[in-house]
Design a protein around this ligand. Sequence first.
Ligand code: UTP
Length: 410
Amino acid sequence: MLNYTDAQKKLSEYGQEHLLKYYDELSEEEKASLLSQIERIDFSVLESLEAEKNVTANRGTFAPLSAVTVEDIAANEAEYKKAGLEAVRNRKTAAVLLAGGQGTRLGFDKPKGMYNVGITRELYIFECLINNLMKVVKEAGAYVPLYIMTSEINNSDTINFFEEHDYFGYDKNSVRFFIQDMAPAADMNGKVYMESRSRIASSPNGNGGWFSSLVRAGLLDEIRSSGVEWINVFAVDNVLQQIADPLFIGAVIKSGYESGGKVVSKAAPEERVGVLCLEDGMPSIVEYYEMTPEMITERTENGDLAYKYGVILNYLFNVDKLVTILDNKLPIHVVKKKIPYMDENGNYIKPDEPNGHKFETLVLDMVHQHNSCLPYEVIRSKEFAPIKNATGVDSVESARELLKQNGVEL
Ligand code: UTP
């Protein structure tokens, strides 16, 4: 572990020596914990503060990208299914559940996957996901290796929950957990906050770090030696998420593309969703707030929206390719947030207004590091029921409605 001198040196590179201000007053245990935080935290993200205003200005030239549509998929169903099922049966496809987020919008103080969406019975978000995955397991006759990314904050709760519920009937030996890295939270001037005398204000560093965290956790060897070629990465919060979907896997394999992304047709031109398109000729996702009014309303010859296909955080990546891009930096998204902190007088403050910045990388930016990505259209009402909020749009309420429509008993 880092010693005091090394920690001081690391912090001075980023002008953050104040984080050691109380060091001498700490217990041995607190000292060790502080040093280990300093060791684990990537302070280089702070450099992106200067580039904050340029995140969108640095984007290239966008162009529309067409998808393999629901109709195309129906026409090739047998072929895709055969290739996909074979990849699952031979354990060539693994799944990565991104469950390291804090789910602040939902306002639930446990890991989001522990939320009970049931009404007359218990039905947890994690359980919905496992149930969905079990359909594929049954069809293929093989378990899909499942890697679950947690954060320092929710790791033990998540593992205990799976243990208590006996993995909801999933094969425990096919499940691994790994912990993502943390990023510091800084004030408006780029000085990192402290939460207490021994604790640096930090939060999970976004879902973009999933592959590097998985590698750091020592899981790549197992993935490679067991012959896994494809990884299906998906979000925890979509209770209709179809995981290791043989048709999707088959379509990507048959296309010869390096990656694939599940997409849905936008509900309206202005829908607030990232769109899979091209940027300087490479696949990329343009965020809704980055689109010009022209892009939002542009139509193709047959009257469809040109930027039609919204991403739903379900991607298929190729392991060999992921290894080649492992050291490539992802853009850092700087977000203004309310950050609880300890003030000069040692009081713990919970601000009402954003008082600083958090730093995140996003899995969607990995798409742009690929030469090709197949947009694969799915039917929204069957596969997209995200739970972001407690009520309203993308909420527990809307997800329950969609679960019912899909025959899930609540
Ligand atoms: P969101 O972007 O919805 O973030 O995550 P969030 O933290 O869960 O929720 P809010 O914004 O605070 O309300 C999309 C997916 O990425 C995962 C989440 O768990 C979810 O599956 N994620 C997000 C991580 O795994 N790590 C992160 O650091 C952030």
